[in-house]
Design a protein around this ligand. Structure first.
Ligand SMILES: Nc1nc2c(ncn2[C@@H]2O[C@H](COP(=O)(O)OP(=O)(O)OP(=O)(O)O)[C@@H](O)[C@H]2O)c(=O)[nH]1
Ligand SMILES: [Mg+2]
Length: 371
């Protein structure tokens, strides 16, 4: 079972948990019937305490079970959780719930025993009141954890979802080079927009399917667009996480410099990224081909071949000619939609090649499209 961060159910606050438990307990007590007043009171009060404790324990257990276990989380998720909410805190607050459930059950056992052992109705009521008081104070200690989990849930909901078993292309480059436009142009369907909770930047995740294999495209705003020295520890962790998920790094260079970053600086960044993600294959692509002057020679040819391929149903993995710039780098225009299909096929080839190199990866054909 794969629990996705976005589907985590809400976590009730302390007061809500108590309200729920006590009102269910009251209803359970109302259903008790016995002509003998002592017996009736005893049954009612033990049932009340037990019901309240069970409700709380079940609620807490369910929460603990629904939240993904860190021991079984993919490394990318772990790094994200560590960066966004902290894995130690995550463990601590879930274990507080576990503890709370156990304590509440223990209180129920102790106080129902008191009720069973007395024939005095007044003592029974006292034991019930005491149980509620003690349960309330346990909840008081678990309260901050409930609050933390609620906030963590909000944060984790905004994380990008990367399926680690599927190829993932990490798209990077200086600000404004056209990363988001590229992902959007290459994606079928809607591009997802997520946020890293620790920046105001949006992360885009796009997908395209080639021969039933879903390829993910992720951009990395704020992460791979500045020199390493200006990054904080959290960002460095996120970068480390990228190393684990990327099948291919696609570095976009805007040689027109329309992005505002001089080409030289972009090339320095390229070296940085190359050093940061040493195990990952890299493809350097010039963006905004339509702004190049002169225009790439094969512009019309590439456009025609791509059009013909699309009209024939976009089947197979043909060798569509790539569009190249004057330096011999592959290029494309996201806005004019030229060079994109050819590049997509090149990406597919590179991802496949990277998989062959890695003996730890699953065999070809193992992947399938989730439906
Ligand atoms: N002419 C031209 N402009 C483009 C192309 N691709 C993107 N742009 C423009 O470049 C600007 C930046 O594009 P984005 O896709 O937002 O760039 P980005 O790299 O995602 O930017 P950040 O997320 O801010 O780092 C926008 O004004 C786009 O319209 C292209 O192929 N040709
Ligand atoms: Mg962007």
């Amino acid at each position: 079972m794969k629990v996705t961060w976005r589907q985590l159910p809400t976590v009730l606050f302390e007061d809500e948990v108590l309200d729920k438990a006590f009102s269910r307990a009251r209803k359970a007590a109302d259903r008790v019937d016995d002509y003998n007043r002592v017996f009736r009171t005893r049954k009612q009060l033990t049932r009340m305490i037990q019901t309240a404790a069970d409700i709380i324990d079940t609620l807490f257990k369910e929460t603990v079970q629904t939240w993904p276990s860190l021991d079984h989380s993919p490394q990318f998720d772990l790094a994200m959780i560590e960066a966004c909410v902290g894995t130690d805190d995550y463990r601590h607050h879930l274990s507080m719930l576990q503890w709370g459930g156990t304590q509440v059950l223990r209180i129920a056992t102790q106080n129902t025993r008191k009720i069973v052992r007395t024939a005095q109705v007044e003592l029974m009521h006292e034991a019930r009141r005491e149980a509620y008081g003690r349960i309330g104070s346990i909840l008081g200690r678990v309260g901050p954890s409930l609050k933390w989990l609620n906030e963590a849930r909000e944060t984790l909901k905004a994380l990008p979802q990367i399926e680690t078993l599927l190829p993932c292309i990490v798209v990077c480059g200086a600000p404004n080079v056209g990363k988001s436009a590229f992902i959007s142009a290459l994606s079928s369907g809607n591009m997802e927009v997520n946020h890293y909770p620790f920046t105001t930047k949006q992360i885009h995740v796009g997908h395209f399917t080639h021969r039933r294999l879903v390829h993910q495209l992720v951009d990395t705003p704020g992460l791979l667009d500045r020199p390493m020295s200006r990054r904080n520890a959290i960002e460095q962790q996120a970068i480390a996480a990228l190393e684990n998920i990327g099948s291919l790094v696609l570095f976009l260079l805007d040689t027109s410099e329309a992005c505002g970053t001089p080409l030289e600086e972009q090339l320095n960044l390229l070296e940085d990224v190359d050093r940061l993600l040493p195990g990952t294959d890299m493809l350097v692509v010039t963006s905004k081909a339509d702004l190049l002057s002169p225009r790439p020679e094969e512009w019309d040819l590439v456009r025609q071949e791509e059009q013909a391929w699309r009209e024939a149903g976009s089947k197979g993995t043909p060798d569509l000619p790539l569009l190249y710039d004057e330096e011999g780098r592959p290029t494309m225009s996201a806005t004019e939609d030229v060079g994109l299909d050819a590049l997509r096929l090149e990406i597919v080839r590179r991802v496949k090649a990277a998989q062959h190199v890695d003996p730890m990866k699953l065999p070809e054909g193992w992947y399938r499209k989730d439906e």
